[in-house]
Design a protein around this ligand. Structure first.
Ligand SMILES: Cc1cc2nc3c(=O)[nH]c(=O)nc-3n(C[C@H](O)[C@H](O)[C@H](O)COP(=O)(O)O)c2cc1C
Length: 369
């Protein structure tokens, strides 16, 4: 029987095990949204996971929506990432860049012209945005994108994909989840366009498929993954029939032969949890997609093993537990206790809660002192 500790090939990317570090925004980038030099140590500490997915990286200035998130569109940003991928490779790890445009989950503070955020339709996200100084402010109504602007954003994804190659990544993951721009196009609660990008499931999938095609043209499909969240309402996104749109999208992606599809189906009470009564769609999406499926959302070792045994996933990604346990793979292998995550240091700050979570030996030594 397949276990979490067995290797797997995701397209052209060979993983030594099936436990992947989920993408985790840490809001520690330095001036110019360049990755923090501390990220070299942070990521290389976690290189024993089968694959590291970088924190979300904005593909352009208009794609940013949170303070101090790193970009991948300037050469300074690429140089910052190159130091990280080199260190991860030196430890035998693999790493892909998560490519991100937040769409309406932005505010004028981040926009290059200080204007409105952009979105499929002029419908505001739900909740509060975080300003550059980490204070909160309600989301404002975004501006609906013109068709030429949509094409320009697709070109920004292609540019970011090229930059990710220069930065030495093993591939890229297109962030299509959690209420950001691609998810806003997919779900009918945020997409009420009446042109070729709105209405039918074919039209609502169009932007996603154009982005995937553009990124595949740079990397080849066997080094491109995609993340989707069919059943959470992050940032106020919702769809009247998630099963129809997401199974359609998975089937439409099949001909590309992508490296993997990453599906969030969050357990209650965990970050990005699915809404109550949300349908479990990963197995159906896996069938329609026809390639490797990575499952995420509140997975313990037991739940991860069950997801693989029950055919909902080929591998899993793990967020908060890897944030707090750089050696999670070893700990799961040995059934060892886990460090407690410190929520206060998730976003922003320095080394504390970032590079100082103890490895197993150090934690055991502390416990016996
Ligand atoms: C601090 C934090 C930052 C996150 N940043 C991202 C991100 O940049 N991109 C993304 O797709 N998901 C992000 N997520 C969601 C995680 O990737 C993951 O889906 C979530 O934590 C559930 O998995 P887990 O229960 O294993 O932690 C973030 C979650 C947390 C807690």
């Amino acid at each position: 029987m397949t276990t979490l500790f067995d290797p797997i090939d995701l397209g052209a990317i060979h993983l030594s095990n099936r436990i992947v570090m989920a993408p985790l925004t840490r809001s520690r980038a330095i001036a110019g949204e360049v990755p923090n030099p501390l990220a070299v140590e942070y990521y290389s500490q976690r290189a024993s996971t089968g694959l590291i997915i970088s924190e979300a990286t904005q593909i352009s200035q208009s794609g940013q929506g949170y303070p101090n998130t790193p970009g991948i569109f300037t050469d300074e940003q690429v140089a910052g990432w190159k130091a990280i991928t080199d260190a991860v490779h030196a430890r035998g790890g693999k790493m892909v860049a998560q490519l991100w445009h937040v769409g309406r989950v932005s505010i004028p503070d981040y926009q290059p012209d200080g204007g409105q955020a952009v979105a499929p339709s002029a419908i505001a996200a739900v909740g509060n945005a975080m300003k550059r100084d980490f204070s909160m402010t309600p989301f404002e109504t975004p501006r609906a994108l013109a068709v030429e602007e949509i094409k320009a954003i697709v070109a920004d994804y292609a540019h970011a994909a090229e930059q990710a190659r220069k930065a030495g990544f093993d591939g890229v993951e297109v962030h299509g989840a959690n209420g950001y721009l691609i998810d806003q196009f997919l779900k009918d609660g945020s997409n009420q366009r009446d042109d070729s990008y709105g209405g039918s499931v074919e039209n609502r999938s169009r932007f996603l498929l154009e982005v995937v095609a553009a990124v595949v043209a740079v990397w080849g499909a066997d080094r491109v993954g995609l993340r989707l969240s069919p059943s959470n309402g992050s940032n106020g996104t919702q769809d009247s029939n998630p099963e129809t749109i997401f199974v359609h999208a998975a089937a439409a992606l099949k001909p590309f032969g992508l490296a993997y599809l990453h599906v969030i189906e969050g357990e209650p009470g965990t970050p990005m949890a699915s809404w109550d009564g949300a349908p479990k769609l990963a197995a159906r999406m896996r069938e329609a997609f026809g390639g490797p499926v990575m499952l995420n959302g509140g997975l313990t070792r037991e739940l991860a093993e069950a997801a693989i045994a029950e055919g909902r996933a080929d591998l899993v990604s793990v967020g908060v537990p890897v944030l707090a346990n750089p050696d999670l793979v070893e700990r799961w292998k040995r059934n060892a206790p886990l460090n407690t995550p410190d929520k206060a240091t998730f976003y922003g700050g320095g080394a504390r809660g970032y590079t100082d979570y103890p490895f197993l030996e150090a934690a055991e030594a502390q416990a016996t002192e």
